[in-house]
Design a binder for this molecule. Structure first.
Ligand code: NAI
Ligand code: MG
Length: 329
């Protein structure tokens, strides 16, 4: 008997808790031995306990073999940015792959965005200099840039991807993006089997909307990656379909790209697909490849059959969709 892997579960606010519950039911049905421990975080937690991310939650996340996160509301920066930093998860993998049966702009879209997760304008170096002037510092380092470029090329190599596009704005951000690109070019040399190109973020955004097949793997800095991954979600039918993995050398945290969606919270309208895909990514991370595939196939089949939430053209509630996925496993 192998020991059950310890999973820290942080459902958070709004639909975060709804989609996480759906994911947990699917994970339980997968038959993999997992030991779930629930932790508080988010707006409700701040209100109730005076902290958006209690020390106990942080300790639990650090102790676990993997973390499953839902979403936080207004306190998202305090919660998820701190978690990513404390866990040292410097890579954020954000796939945007269309599903059969979902009406969307690009039914064959299949892009992986590899987002740097620790620095850029998200380093938290902001100042209010005077009543009328505020600044933010864009932090780019060789270490973080090299390691994100390596992650992107390794992902491409291991998954049979053909091309990596480094997305930047070096014509304006002359120092920071020059360093970022220097690192990408160096790493690209070690991967002759993967094509390498560069693109300015504004023109990449336009081209993504007009012809996403121009892209395969995108590697980029924190802010551009945040924005482009929501854009990519729009190409395949919405945020409800986009999971993400935060990976570091010692820890891994899986979370939907979407937030707490207060406009639909508490009504059973939340699409649990992103969270369920996070569950599959978590299983794959722990080495349970077959069970991860089983979940992904069951989810795709349920979506194709419109056994899904209203955003996917179905008539099911969040938990009913989870049950439909389980029935197909
Ligand atoms: P959002 O991702 O929560 O929602 C954007 C739109 O997409 C809304 O119309 C929502 O109804 C829809 N949507 C999102 N997920 C969906 C799902 N699973 N099924 C169906 N529809 C879905 O982003 P928004 O509205 O900009 O932010 C709401 C709150 O979430 C804010 O307080 C923000 O700070 C927080 N947030 C938290 C994140 C995190 O915890 N990682 C990430 C993004 C936002
Ligand atoms: Mg975002």
């Amino acid at each position: 008997m192998t020991m059950a892997a310890k999973i820290a579960v942080i459902p958070g606010d709004g639909i975060g808790s709804e989609v996480t519950e759906a994911c947990l039911q699917v994970l339980e049905a997968s038959g993999v031995a997992l030991e779930f421990q629930n932790y508080h975080a988010g707006d409700y937690c701040l209100e109730r306990f005076g902290r958006a991310l209690p020390e106990e939650t942080l300790a639990g996340a650090l102790e676990a073999q993997a973390v499953l996160f839902g979403a936080a509301g207004a306190s998202a920066a305090e919660v998820i940015l701190r978690l990513r930093a404390e866990l040292g998860t410097y890579v954020n993998l954000r796939p945007a792959k269309a599903f059969r049966g979902v009406e969307c702009l690009y039914p064959s879209c299949d892009i992986m965005i590899v987002r740097e997760n620790t620095e850029c304008l998200y380093a938290g170096i902001e100042s209010r200099l005077t009543a009328d002037v505020a600044t933010a510092t864009r932090l780019i380092t060789r270490g973080a840039s090299r390691r994100i470029a390596l992650s992107a090329f390794e992902y491409a190599r291991q998954n049979g991807r053909k091309k990596v596009t480094a997305v930047h704005k070096v014509n304006v951000l002359r120092k920071t993006d020059a360093l970022f690109l220097e690192c990408c070019r160096e790493v690209a040399k070690d991967y002759p089997q993967v094509a390498y190109e560069e693109g300015l973020v504004d023109s990449v955004a336009m081209r993504l909307v007009m012809d996403p097949s121009a892209y395969d793997v995108i590697v980029t800095t924190n802010l551009f990656g945040d924005i482009l991954s929501d854009l990519a979600a729009g190409l395949i039918g919405g945020l409800g379909l986009c999971p993400s993995a935060n990976l570091g050398d010692e820890h891994a945290l899986f979370e939907p790209v979407h937030g707490s969606a207060p406009d639909i919270a508490g009504q059973g309208l939340a699409n649990p697909s992103a969270s369920i895909m996070c569950g599959a990514m978590l299983l794959r991370h722990l080495g349970h490849t077959a069970q991860a595939e089983k979940i992904e196939k069951a989810l795709a089949a349920a979506i194709a059959a419109k056994e899904a939430t209203p955003d996917l053209g179905g008539g099911l509630k969040t938990m009913q969709m989870a049950q439909a996925v389980i029935a197909r496993m």
